[in-house]
Design a protein around this ligand. Structure first.
Ligand SMILES: Nc1ncnc2c1ncn2[C@@H]1O[C@H](COP(=O)(O)OP(=O)(O)OP(=O)(O)O)[C@@H](O)[C@H]1O
Length: 691
């Protein structure tokens, strides 16, 4: 049932009017909460200016989080339970009726007016069903127009007489046209999505899902949920969202702040491993070997090869006495440190103290009573320092990788039995670089340097990492991400059918093992929230070739959507026909993406300029004046537009080194549209689509 009535005619017997009153009262309460924080005077609490600055910035964040955004409904649902809810579950609230919103709002007495969607008591809003009502008598969803509450819709989950129904408000929310950056989905998270969102912090979750099944949305909401449920722990350890490129990160960057979470960092894998400036590339053969997990062992061997066994005894002179540590004793210490498998740098730091300890034992045996200060002084003794430098010299990770890629003998020594001759050859630079600075490092080299770094010094681990578009990572990249959550957990999101790198993930079990999270559960999402049925059916024709085992996405979008496939007429120019299709699409509301093979972007840019049609780069926010984005196929992943015009599919396929990758790239391009897709082609379509 949906009810609506204009505000001016509202009577207070009218449930909608009562709900509006609750909205007004909640807004007032939120303003009061904000005013309370603004009025805080920290002058009394802290005299120390550093503490004061920290506190003030926390207060500023809190004020920001308490903003009442005119176009973001303060609550979107209501739950009436059949029985009283336990105090703990209800966040201190009493009673059996709760309004569910983006944040907690309480009145002057501290009683809740709106409950955070992440609180345990809110869970039935997402999960309860006719089959399992979870003690919910009434679930009410609210509809808003602008910031105004204009409709509601009820489900009596515990009433056997009422049939299960599809929510019209939910459907409307899903069908709403998209302009601008990605937005949150708190009001409409689906039960199977909610299960992933609320899964515990302890475990890693991997989600396989076709285009538009909400993987990114689920990953971001999971971070918001975890920050709510484990606020202190994650504030200490940190959270990070990893995406494929800057335009993607820009597209998603407003979702978490809209949910009140301002502290989550975002990065690409390249950002994480930016130890050197990347100015070069690799041919696919070299990149494949560099990304292979066997490289980790090559690097481990190469790092450890710097340790040399002491050949001579060490003589430490203190005052008039000389202490001699024989070579075999030094060797014992070195072997013990090597066996302990601690980081190279940590072992190097420990070595002087170990040697000093041996000297100390000798002193004690000679009747002296040395204390800790003596041990420290011995550890700093010039002879000890020189011995440590000879036995366990410092290793510079970038220099080490430089040597592996330049010095065939050095590489062969450490790759023996791991990489065959061809693979070693593929690794070696044709023109060896002279220095770390002048080397033309590639993205894969930077990952190798990161691995070497970690062998020397342990990488800092975060509390939780979300890895989006994971299917494109190489094993070495998975390792780089994995070491950033060794003591934490991860959410891994991806689609095997959208893997477009030569090393694209073949199985999640393998990928998770490289990540160091072999125990993770793999969940599957199959309902599609983006692509209309007709369009996803068209794109799914590619599935048997690009990912044989995967089932097509089931679109939940009811609007039929439009699919048009146009061949340009004889003598007609392709770019002209494409621009015409864009102009046509611009007649609709919402955003338009013109997707084309990377090589065709300049031609299309020129044609758009000539026609006077303004366009944007991917990731740039659309405005009412400029709603068209010109998207190179290589950057389309993860993005979406209301209408998509796809230029020359065969060029998209040909833009990749092999056919399967080309078809996968095409699959990505075909699955970006929310409302309509126009395919414009001048040459034959790939066979799979032509049928
Ligand atoms: N439960 C939901 N309610 C409303 N909209 C949803 C829901 N789940 C996902 N969406 C919307 O569907 C669209 C696709 O979601 P998202 O980008 O997260 O999918 P994805 O699986 O990451 O896609 P891709 O594989 O193409 O990267 C987004 O606009 C998202 O907001």
């Amino acid at each position: 049932m949906t009810a609506a009535s204009p505000a001016s005619h509202a009577s207070h017997d009218d449930p909608l009017a009562r709900e509006r009153d609750h909205l007004t009262a909640s807004r007032t309460a939120l303003r009061a909460m904000r005013a309370d924080v603004e009025a805080l005077d920290i002058g009394d609490v802290t005299a120390n200016w550093v503490n004061a600055a920290v506190l003030q910035s926390q207060i500023d964040d809190r004020i920001k989080a308490l903003a009442d955004l005119a176009h973001t409904p303060l609550f979107f649902g209501r739950l009436d339970f059949l029985h009283e809810v336990g105090a703990e579950e209800a966040e201190g609230g009493e009673g059996s009726s709760f309004y569910i919103g983006r944040r907690h709002v309480h009145d002057a007495d501290g009683d809740p007016m709106v409950i955070d969607w992440r609180a345990p008591v809110s869970q039935p809003f997402y999960r309860a069903s006719k089959k399992d009502p979870m003690d919910v008598g009434l679930r009410r969803r609210f509809g808003y127009t602008g910031g105004e509450l204009t409709a509601y819709e009820d489900e009596h989950l515990s009433d056997p007489a009422e049939a299960a129904q599809v929510s019209a408000l939910l459907q409307q929310e899903i069908e709403r046209p998209r302009v601008g950056p990605m937005r949150d989905i708190v009001a409409t998270i689906q039960p199977e999505q909610d299960e992933i969102v609320r899964s515990g912090l302890g475990g890693t979750v991997c989600v396989q899902g076709g285009p538009g099944t909400g993987k990114t949305a689920v990953g971001l909401h999971r971070v918001a949920y975890l920050l709510y449920a484990h606020r202190e722990r994650l504030a200490r350890t940190g959270t990070l969202v990893i995406g494929p490129n800057a335009s993607f990160l820009h597209y998603i960057e407003q979702v978490l702040p809209a949910l009140g979470e301002l502290e989550v960092k975002q990065a690409t894998v390249a950002d994480l491993v930016a130890h050197v400036e990347v100015r070069g590339g690799d041919d696919p053969g070299a990149a494949l070997v560099k990304g292979d997990a066997r490289m980790a062992e090559v690097l481990r061997r190469a790092v450890r090869s710097h340790v040399s066994m002491p050949a001579e005894a060490l003589m430490v002179v203190r005052g008039s006495r000389r202490w001699r540590v024989p070579a075999y004793e030094l060797e014992e210490i070195v072997r013990e440190l090597l066996d302990r498998d601690i980081r190279y740098g940590a072992a190097r730091d420990a070595l002087p103290q170990r040697i000093a300890h041996t000297v100390l034992v000798q002193m004690e045996q000679a009747g002296e009573a040395p204390d800790d200060r003596v041990q420290n002084a011995v550890a700093r003794n010039a002879a000890v320092k020189a011995a440590v430098k000879a036995i366990w010299p410092p290793v510079d990770p970038a220099k080490l990788v430089l040597r592996l890629l330049s010095d065939a003998e050095f590489l062969a020594e450490h790759a023996d039995g791991l990489l065959d001759a061809d693979e070693q050859k593929a690794l070696l630079w044709a023109k060896p670089a002279r220095s770390v600075k002048s080397a033309k490092w590639s993205a894969a080299d930077a990952v190798l340097i990161d691995e070497a770094h970690d062998l020397v010094e342990r990488t800092h681990s975060l509390g939780h990492v979300v890895l989006d578009e994971a299917q494109d990572l190489s094993p070495m990249q998975y390792r780089a991400v994995g070491r950033r959550c060794t003591t934490g957990s991860a959410t891994v999101l991806g689609d095997l059918a959208q893997g477009t790198t030569p090393w694209a993930t073949r199985s999640w079990a393998e990928a998770l093992a490289h990540l160091g999270k072999g125990e993770a559960v793999v969940e599957e999402l199959t309902a599609g929230f983006r692509v209309p049925r007709e369009v996803i059916a068209y794109a799914s024709r590619l599935l048997p070739d690009i990912a044989p085992g995967l089932a097509p996405v089931e679109s939940v979008r009811e609007s039929p959507g439009s699919l048009a496939v146009r061949r340009v007429a004889e003598g007609e120019e392709l770019a002209g026909a494409v621009v015409a299709a864009c102009v046509e699409s611009l007649a609709h509301e919402g955003s338009i993406g013109l997707i084309a093979a990377d090589a065709r972007i300049p031609v299309l840019a020129e044609a758009l300029d000539a026609a006077g049609v303004p366009y944007l780069d991917p990731g740039t926010e659309t405005t009412p004046e400029a709603r068209l984005t010109l998207v190179p196929a290589s950057l389309a992943k993860g993005l979406e537009y209301d209408y998509v015009v796809l230029d020359e599919p065969s060029a998209v396929v040909d833009g990749e080194p092999d056919e399967r990758t080309g078809l996968r790239r095409l699959y990505v391009a075909l699955t970006r549209a929310v409302s309509g897709l126009v395919v414009v082609h001048g040459t034959e379509l790939p066979g799979q689509l032509a049928s």
